[in-house]
Design a protein around this ligand. Structure first.
Ligand code: SF4
Length: 497
């Protein structure tokens, strides 16, 4: 059977240009894993990654209508206000003679599968959850005119438009998945970083995160064996890559067992002379692990700290304490690795005191001294997406107004209007600055490396603005948002022009 696996074009959001919450990092490898699985099942697979070849939706349409595979599997990624472009592509294909079966897989289509089956008639089926085995089976069944409703993990429409779906447990041993296919960059630079996945899932259940519901009901975290990971790294080294980023939601994994596996993996990575980065939970880092990581080429880290307020951490079900977070930050610095931090400054139940705690935490841990980082940490708001426990929680409380295409996002009413007022103004100021960092002629253009004194001035402005607004928010009446937004723009223009 002729199968095309598609990573569809991504369009940057105007408003959410700086938000990566639409999909977990590892979804960049999902199409490649799907392609390997379907090919291993004996099918003729074409893997198109438009994030590498640069195709837009028009080019993609032209190619697909010309080649019309028997089965088109699309890793559906939520593109904020541009998500409709993906469905327009599929509808246009079906309207113009595309006869293949159209399947969606990935995080977005897993979390919203019922809605998508109801609303997008061009979609024939959706692989819900881990997709590899489901897609391989789908290709085989379609080829033999088999009955797709028998396939576990596959959601389809019944004769009356009803949903037919039997869940599939995730694969117990992730070593059983082959090495993901990767589209090749035409001109690969020697410093190109290659993404790689060493584990699946996460053992925690943060209320805002897409990872736990994706693996719903299955094992929470599964690590590949060190030998299996090394085999993939060696293949990539043979192709000229030396820098890796582990896209795992939770690289180290739980407890003593997780630690032992990582120590073993690091011993095997060390002689390969590579560099790598990763994301993990703060409570899984200790001195022994850190030492091993750094000696094996570890250079960058993102830790999800999320808040400087214990009560917010509890509400988010983060399962980590402030002390643990501070210890992890310091530990990284002790080993000369500057951590990047995931942080939610504004969540719907924040109080002004929580904001004070957040600011104090960020200042105490010297996290507000680089412009780009400051603008991000001060302004990130909790994003509530369908399928997460946070979405259900706020919906049940009657505080969620669905928004976005097919209601995938939730606009949640803030408990304290003063916090909402602060969030509107701080987000406005920080996004204004962040937009400017991508303008080459700006004094704060990111490639100028933050050396310009105007970067420091802008950084201090944002921190002081936060403090000033916090004071104002405590007063009885709140000044008009429009007027303050104008004042902020004038201030920033003043030192950027
Ligand atoms: S720790 Fe929380 S945010 Fe991070 S991957 Fe796990 S569930 Fe998601």
């Amino acid at each position: 059977m002729k199968v095309t696996i598609l990573e569809h074009p991504r369009i940057q959001s105007e408003k959410r240009f700086n938000d990566i919450a639409n999909t977990p990092l590892w979804s960049c490898l999902m199409g490649g894993y799907a392609a390997t699985a379907v090919e291993s099942a004996g099918h003729d697979v074409r893997f198109i990654d438009t994030t590498v070849n640069g195709w837009n939706f028009e080019t993609t349409y032209n190619d697909l209508i010309k080649h019309t595979p028997d089965l088109l599997c699309v890793n559906a990624v939520y593109l904020w206000e541009n998500t409709g472009k993906l469905f327009e592509l599929l509808i246009r294909l079906k309207a113009n003679g595309f006869t293949g079966h159209i399947n969606l897989f990935g995080f977005y289509s897993t979390l919203a599968w019922e809605t998508l089956l109801d609303k997008v008639s061009a979609v024939d089926s959706i692989a819900v959850g881990e997709c590899e085995n489901t897609l391989a089976e789908l290709a085989c069944k379609l080829g033999n005119e088999g009955f797709c409703a028998d396939i576990k993990g596959l959601a389809i429409r019944g004769n009356n438009g009803n949903h037919l779906f039997k869940p599939r447990m995730p694969e117990k041993n992730p070593d059983n998945f082959g090495i993901p296919q990767r589209a090749k960059f035409k001109n690969m630079a020697s410093e190109t970083t290659v993404s790689i996945l060493a584990s699946r899932g996460c053992y925690n259940h943060c209320s805002f995160c897409l990872v736990p519901p994706f693996y719903n009901g299955g094992p929470l975290w599964r690590g590949r064996s060190p030998e299996n990971i090394i085999n993939e790294i060696k293949q990539m080294i043979d192709q000229g890559y030396r820098d890796f980023y582990f896209a795992d939601a939770n690289f180290i994994g739980p407890g003593e067992k997780g630690k032992r596996r990582i120590m073993e993996l690091m011993d095997m990575i060390k002689p390969l002379n590579i560099t790598f980065g990763m994301e993990t939970r703060s409570n899984d880092l200790d001195e022994e692990v850190m030492e091993k990581l750094v000696s094996a080429g570890f250079t960058s880290l993102l830790i999800g700290i999320e808040s400087g307020s214990s009560s917010v951490l509890g509400n988010l079900q983060k399962g980590a304490s402030l002390n643990t977070s501070e210890r992890a930050i310091q530990l990284c610095r002790d080993f000369s690795v500057e951590p990047e931090v995931g942080f939610l400054m504004f969540v719907p139940d924040s109080t002004l005191e929580d904001l004070e705690h957040n600011l104090a935490f960020l200042e105490k841990n010297n996290l507000l001294d680089k412009l780009e980082r400051t603008a991000n940490l001060l302004s990130h708001c909790q994003i509530v997406l369908m399928g997460t426990s946070g979405y259900t929680h706020f919906q049940n409380k009657g505080r969620l107004k669905p928004k976005g295409i097919f209601d995938f996002e939730g606009d949640v009413e803030y408990s304290d209007p003063r916090v909402k007022w602060m969030s509107e103004l701080i987000v406005h100021a920080c996004l204004y600055v962040l937009r400017d960092t991508s303008r080459p002629e700006s004094p704060i253009f990111w490639q100028k490396n933050g050396q310009n004194p105007i970067c420091a001035e802008t950084n201090d402005y944002l921190v002081n603005l936060f403090k000033k607004l916090l004071m104002k928010a405590k007063k009885a009446s709140l000044p008009s948002l429009t007027i303050i937004k104008q004042e902020i723009e004038q201030d920033i223009k003043g030192f950027l022009n």
